[in-house]
Write a protein that binds this ligand. Structure first.
Ligand code: FES
Length: 199
């Protein structure tokens, strides 16, 4: 599937970033970096901490948008019904922190889907082991017959489901981080809580 482009409002400027079609992930930092590099240092510092607003209306089921927030890669993905079902079917015994009790996410996201709604995922694309960027391995069977689809960290082999929950046997100790975020219709703002205040 080809890449399509979407506009993201970030503070007082616009960034053009890519929607990566599943399963071909893109490296968000590599896409965003050239635009960031054009900012003056003070503007860059200001923008680095600012909330990021994205319109999710055009993200189709199975597509993943990569944005940058506070210098980190954040994925916004619309899960397919099949991915939601596959995620729900994973036995808790296969997951290091199935209920996300030791992991980092806002209290208003579901502990299992790790999202506000089952289909829309907002997650930092940063491995909780040593910070590498996991790659999308969203096709069931892609990493073996029992692979339900998810993310794979190429550095030391950590595996995560489509909720960012880490599988047992992975060196990553926690699930992928869910950043604070808020939806208003199809508008998603990353970096604010449910009250709209910066978090
Ligand atoms: S940094 Fe991801 S497994 Fe080590």
């Amino acid at each position: 599937m080809s890449e399509v482009f979407s506009k993201v409002n970030k503070s007082r400027r616009n960034l053009v970033i890519a929607v990566a079609a599943v399963p071909g992930a893109i490296t968000g930092a590599a896409v965003v970096a050239p635009f960031v590099a054009t900012l003056a240092p003070s503007e860059r510092a200001k923008a680095a901490g600012a909330p990021v607003t994205v319109d999710v209306a055009n993200i189709k089921p199975g597509e993943k948008l990569t944005v940058e927030w506070r210098g980190k890669v954040v994925w916004v993905m619309r899960r397919t019904p099949e991915q939601v079902a596959a995620m729900a079917a994973i036995p808790a015994s296969q997951l290091t922190d199935a209920e996300s009790k030791k992991s980092d996410q806002p209290g208003y996201v579901n502990a299992k889907t790790r999202s506000i709604s089952p289909e829309l995922m907002v997650m930092e694309g940063v491995c909780t082991h040593l910070g590498c960027s996991p790659t999308s391995k969203l096709t069931p069977g892609e990493l073996g017959n029992d692979w339900p689809g998810g993310f794979y960290c190429p550095c030391h082999g950590s595996k995560f489901d489509v909720a960012g929950r880490v599988f047992t046997g992975s060196p990553a100790p926690k699930n992928l981080v869910v950043p604070p975020h808020m939806f208003a219709g199809t508008s998603l703002t990353i970096g604010v809580g449910q009250d709209g205040k910066e978090a």
